[in-house]
Design a binder for this molecule. Sequence first.
Ligand code: HAM
Length: 395
Amino acid sequence: MIKKLRGMEDIFPGGKLDSRKFLKLADSCREVAEKYGFHYIETPILEETILFKRSVGESSDIVNKEMYHFLDRGGRDICLRPEGTAGVVRSFIENRLDRQGKVYRFWYFGPMFRYERPQKGRYRQFHQFGVESFGEGSVYEDIQTIGMAKEILEKLEIPYKLKINSLGCSQCAPTYRQKLLQFLESHREELCPDCQRRIETNPIRTLDCKNPSCQQILENAPKLQENLCSSCHSEFTQLKKGLEQLEIPFEVDSHLVRGLDYYTKTTFEFIGVGEGVGSQNAIVGGGRYDKLVEYLGGKPTPAVGFAIGIERILELLSPQKEREGVYLGALLEEGVPKLLEWAQKMRNNGEKVTINFQIKSLKSHLKSADKGGFKKVAIIGEEELKNDTIFEKEL
Ligand code: HAM
């Protein structure tokens, strides 16, 4: 038997990842995004590897260890996208939308690929629902964007905890980096090998090292919030105030630096809480990336967005209990030709109809319909055939 690849899942009705829940989840996200004025964008799953190296960052785990990259038949270095933002930014620039002086708000939904060690909530092919907003530099856009993610989670009845942080801008981030570097250098020997490497490649990433002894050392590291320039500081204050006004509870986490290099200013993560949440508990991740469009060759354009991990949410949704649709069957051979006719009538009335073409007793039909999770049973027997009617029963 040929099996699926490790870390990849089939999504089908009744499967570990139920396809009905999967589609409903996508619909719920889409509905909320459209309500906020976001429009659908679809970009290719394959992109040039250099796009992610430049945007997500050469020193990030994603680029370093997790990309599915290879040479295509033309010798081009390409990869399966590990995330959605870079492709949307590439498209935004390539289609010259950066030149229009307008605000663009996009949503997308699709598979992403990361060669990580699979575990609960962590797959090698997974889906993200993401949003990206371009051209609005106001911190109120950050507040609205976070509010939208919160609305999606509440609609799905997913309990969460929101963490926020500010990484500062091109004014204050380099100064902070210098201070942090000094601190790290003075503790170099005590840090794990990964963090020692990060001192050279990307010092700020030491802040979210999972190693408990590094965490303890970094407790005393200079704090981002205490090193923001006055404009970043007042924006961060505004952000907190705005979230309070919208009654969105949050917690400031000065170590929330995120695993992708393109962020500036606001970063945020929603963490799933309660039963069924494993160690992979980040369900939404996002932030502002005001420098990325320019960095990839476009006109300077502020931007902010987030992505929701669909599989992680699916694992938290309670199993589908609601009965749905009509089960249609016949008790005798002569009734079978009538089934399609009746089904058509019902479908025209907007009902979801599933036909069982096998002749069975009433009892046996009722049993199948019950097992199949249907809401209603419709049966054609001798009487019904004679009178051109149908027998209906709610389950
Ligand atoms: P990210 O934090 O790397 O951000 O991913 C966003 C979400 O995708 C995570 O919070 C998680 O729920 C889900 N996710 C990530 N990796 C896996 C995996 N291996 N298996 C299952 N789920 C996973 C980004 O990707 C950014 N592009 C988000 C963004 C958009 N920032 C600005 N705009």
